[in-house]
Design a protein around this ligand. Structure first.
Ligand SMILES: NC(=O)c1ccc[n+]([C@@H]2O[C@H](COP(=O)([O-])OP(=O)(O)OC[C@H]3O[C@@H](n4cnc5c(N)ncnc54)[C@H](OP(=O)(O)O)[C@@H]3O)[C@@H](O)[C@H]2O)c1
Length: 284
């Protein structure tokens, strides 16, 4: 039996879609905090169990009878996020889960600027300490975050982002989901750590060039604004301060090349080339 946390999110839904091509729906448990929100044909006949990351008792109950757990990283950050991810690991251990597949951060290091990387490192440690079999998919940034990062670039002809010359090996979230589905059905990946990236890393100036080539007849430029101005602009959009901190830390992580590593593991798992960034940009 395979269970997926965050099953109502983008990655969870997509993974279920690919998993249903490999196993019957009755072998899949979608763990969600709001079952009434889980709709769509992809979910038909999949078992649904309710659990909030904040509730260890609910989580343990939802994980009964599960062999393999896909633990999708939490959206919460700070102490709350860490505790939520720890709750999932402790509940999995208590419920008798055999293996945890966890979506982690690319090439984590203790001096990382990106705040979520520290959460991922703490959860990796929890999983290692649990003694369960593990597979860590250390993902680079999703291509699908690009529209949020560049805002209304096509109209303004400018990407305002404090990333300096730092590069990102953007990877398609759908490709990650397809790889996860392959990994979840066997045990040959046990105790492996995979760095999951696109083929090529791009600076934001190169991203602007790509958007110019694929989407615009007028040149789009990258303007490397300061972190201070970036924070002020986000705050002016009424963003809560913890979200501003997270987004500023991500930009800083990009600037210092925390997402620039490239690796062929995804291609090996998929038995094909991952989606190229140009193709993704074309599809926008
Ligand atoms: N590498 C990247 O570029 C990148 C970018 C964004 C996020 N991420 C990470 O990757 C993960 C998956 O991405 P995604 O696009 O699938 O995110 P997503 O669409 O935001 O999905 C997150 C899921 O987590 C669930 N969730 C949040 N708080 C919960 C709680 N307290 N208890 C139970 N479930 C809870 C949400 O449930 P509801 O549907 O009920 O709200 C949602 O279904 C994210 O959670 C985040 O950690 C990575």
């Amino acid at each position: 039996m395979i269970a997926i946390t965050g099953a109502n999110g983008n990655l969870g839904k997509a993974t279920i879609h690919f998993l249903l091509k490999k196993v019957p729906p009755t072998d899949i448990i979608a763990i969600v905090r709001n079952p009434e929100k889980l709709t769509g044909s992809h979910i038909e006949n999949v078992k649904i169990r309710k659990a909030d990351y904040n509730n260890r008792v609910e989580l343990e109950k939802a994980l009964k009878g599960v062999t393999t757990l896909l633990q999708i990283s939490a959206t919460s950050t700070g102490e709350t996020g860490r505790q939520q991810e720890k709750n999932v690991v402790l509940a999995a251990k208590a419920a008798g889960v055999k293996r945890i597949v966890y979506t982690s951060s690319l090439k984590p290091k203790s001096n990382a600027h990106f705040l979520a990387t520290h959460q991922a490192m703490a959860t990796e440690q929890e999983i290692l300490q649990s003694g369960l079999a593990y597979i860590f998919l250390r993902n680079s940034l999703y291509m699908e975050v690009i529209p949020g990062l560049i805002g209304s670039t096509i109209e303004t002809k400018e990407i305002r982002y404090p990333s300096g010359d730092g590069r990102v090996s953007f990877v398609s979230r759908l490709d990650i989901a397809e790889a996860l589905a392959s990994i979840l059905i066997g045990c040959e990946h046990d105790n492996q750590i995979y760095e999951i990236t696109g083929d090529t890393a791009y600076s934001f100036a190169e991203l602007a060039q790509l958007i110019t080539e694929e989407k615009s007849d007028i040149k789009i430029n990258h303007t490397d604004i300061s972190e201070k101005i970036f924070r002020e602009e986000l705050t002016n959009y009424q963003m809560p301060s913890d979200v501003v901190d997270l987004l500023a830390s991500m930009a800083s992580g990009i600037k210092y090349n925390e997402f620039s590593y490239t690796d062929k593991t995804l291609e090996r798992i998929l038995h094909r080339k991952p989606l190229a960034l140009a193709e993704y940009i074309k599809s926008l």
